[in-house]
Design a binder for this molecule. Structure first.
Ligand code: KIV
Length: 271
């Protein structure tokens, strides 16, 4: 538990990599879960644009908006005391122009109180990453399967399988490090390639479907808890069965209300 542990900073994450300590990251979209995860010593809470799929019920992240990300990140920041809070910049909030990216990321930092932003992509957005870092906004990169490009990539599939794509991924990771990113998410990347990239960088890699050699691991919270029973994938391990628990509790509530067993005298006010 996190009592008296210092707040996680981007410098602390670099130190963790140097010392070979694994970094733990989970997605988080609200203050209640932020408080729970923070108390369990999760190092990074990512307010992923996956909120658009997991909570808003849309089938991709493409329609997530800046307002939506600001709303959820503000809640998460309220619930977190130790963890580093990272806000995913949504599609089209940073790709159109560098000025747009600076203004939008600046808004996120000012209005939510988060500690960093995450951007998807490599060389094509390097100047933007450098510009954000230059004005003091910490940037986490995201390579491999980048969900905002799902249609260009032809679906949610493993990236970097052939030599050319692997070389491009390695070059993108290096470019992000050189531009000042403090960490890089590697999503759906073959384990040996993720291992090679992790060894080649001084900044930490955080893997999702990228094997055990990354410097940290991230999962979507609702998948990890077994709460999102509509999604399963090879790389997801369900550490709980919360969908089952929620169903059972709800069925019990329905039955007790229908049968007049709830509320009982202990839940009622005599006067
Ligand atoms: O949006 C998200 O949840 C993410 C993680 C899967 C890394 O980007």
């Amino acid at each position: 538990m996190s009592e008296n542990r210092p707040a996680v900073t981007i410098h602390a994450l670099l130190k963790m990599k140097e010392k070979g300590e694994r970094i733990v990251m989970l997605t988080c979209y609200d203050a209640l879960f932020a408080r729970l995860l923070d108390a369990c010593d999760v190092d990074i809470l990512l307010v992923g644009d996956s909120v658009n799929q997991v909570l808003a019920g849309v089938d991709s992240t493409l329609s997530a908006t800046l307002e939506q990300m600001i709303y959820h990140t503000t809640m998460v920041r309220r619930g977190a005391t130790r963890a580093l809070v990272v806000c995913d910049m949504p599609f089209l909030s940073y790709q159109v122009s560098r000025d747009d990216a600076l203004r939008n990321a600046g808004r996120v930092m000012k209005e939510t109180g988060c500690h960093a932003v995450k951007l998807e992509g490599g060389k094509p957005i390097i100047d933007t990453v450098r510009a954000l870092v230059d004005i003091g906004i910490p940037v986490m990169g995201h390579l491999g399967l980048t969900p905002q490009s799902v249609h260009a990539l032809g679906g949610y599939r493993v990236q970097g399988r052939d030599d050319k794509a692997a070389e491009r991924l390695k070059a993108d990771a290096k470019a992000l490090e050189e531009a000042g990113a403090f960490a890089v998410v590697l999503e759906l990347v073959p384990a040996p390639l993720a291992s090679e990239i992790s060894k080649s960088l001084t900044i930490p890699t955080i893997g999702i479907g990228a094997g055990p050699a990354c410097d940290g691991q991230v999962l979507v919270l609702h998948d990890m808890l077994g709460l999102n029973d509509r999604f399963s994938a090879k790389f997801v391990k369900k550490f709980g069965a919360l969908a089952e628990d929620a169903r059972e509790a709800t069925q019990l509530f329905v039955a007790e209300v229908r049968e007049g067993r709830y509320p009982g005298p202990e839940h009622s006010f005599p006067k």
